[in-house]
Ligand binder design. Structure first.
Ligand code: GLN
Length: 306
């Protein structure tokens, strides 16, 4: 697609939206607006209020390159190098998973637990396994002003991005990063474990949407033969000394994985803990996260689920 200087912002948004939709991208209009915003440096409000504003030659050339990348299925967040998650801006690079709105369901459930536990005023310790951009841990540290945390990842490049994001959010002093595959390096006691682990079955990777398959790091997606490898590790490790009976575990799961994850909880933690598990639902209506705790009997499940 060619974009010439002098075209108005409203015309170019419309033309890009059509072009993206024709290429099978179903968020064409939204993507077009975000790309025009980035190429011009004008806010969405200004683009709406001044539809006849013309693009300069430089802006047109910049936009043209962005649209070319989007037509190759590169996600908007990767073209822009940033993504908003739970209302905050996070840097995103090829080394990290692109944070998803679905993951905000995990934040909502973790904050609900935090409220019930009275954690808003306590210096609780949070562990985020496979932190990526750090979006989960850093959002929780921003919401829970006294909390501290440790984020682990197997990728040094991802941890560097998480470190930068911590700086942007001003929570650097309350967070540590650990390059690790195993929990052996983590010191406790931990009050809250969160994780959005890789959970796609290896055989399903090839069939993923190109926006995901070609751009999210394989390490952040591949959950082993049945997609459950990291859940097995987390659940079977939940009796480690760094955890206590009061530790809450909140993990994101793939669509349709909740029964399998609850079975793992039952196997390793017993049927009472499994029966007391909590779930959170994403905007698409899928069960997107599961939470459990070893002394859940303190409150009835009905109370939490209402
Ligand atoms: N915790 C990060 C996120 O939710 C990265 C998760 C991952 O790489 N699987 O975006």
């Amino acid at each position: 697609m060619t974009i010439a200087g002098g075209v108005t912002v409203s015309d170019v948004v419309r033309e890009i939206a059509v072009e993206l939709s024709r290429a099978g991208i179903d968020t064409g209009r939204l993507d077009a607006r975000l790309l025009v915003e980035a190429a011009t440096g004008c806010s969405q409000e200004r683009l709406v209020l001044e539809p006849a504003m013309p693009l300069s030659e430089t802006q047109a050339a910049r936009l043209c390159e962005m649209v070319r990348r989007r037509l190759e299925r590169e996600p908007v967040a990767r073209i822009l190098g940033e993504r908003y998650f739970y209302g905050r801006r996070f840097l995103v690079t090829p080394a990290t998973l692109d944070p998803r709105p679905d993951t905000e369901a995990l934040i909502a459930l973790a904050l609900r637990i935090a409220d019930e536990e009275g954690w808003r005023d306590r210096a609780i310790e949070i562990l985020d396994i496979g932190t990526g951009t750090g979006c989960i841990l850093l959002t929780l540290l921003s919401e829970l002003g006294k909390a501290r945390g440790v984020g682990t990842d197997v990728s040094p490049a991802a941890l560097e991005v998480a470190h930068q994001n911590a700086g942007l959010l001003g929570v650097n002093e309350r967070v540590r990063w650990q390059l690790a595959r195993s929990l052996d390096v983590v010191t406790g006691p931990i009050d809250l474990v969160v994780s959005n682990p890789p959970y796609i079955a290896s055989s399903e990777i090839a069939g993923l949407d190109p926006d995901v398959r070609q751009y999210d790091p394989l390490l952040a997606l591949d959950g082993g033969a049945d997609g459950l490898d990291i859940y097995r590790e987390i659940v079977s490790g939940s009796a480690r000394p760094i955890f206590s009976s009061g530790t809450w575990f909140v993990v994101e799961i793939g669509a349709g994985q909740s029964a399998a994850v609850v079975d793992l909880i039952e196997l390793h933690c017993g049927s009472d803990v499994a029966r007391g598990h909590l779930t959170g639902v994403d905007l698409g209506g899928h069960t997107r996260c599961v939470a459990w705790n070893h002394k859940f009997s303190r409150r009835s499940k009905a109370y939490w689920q209402e």
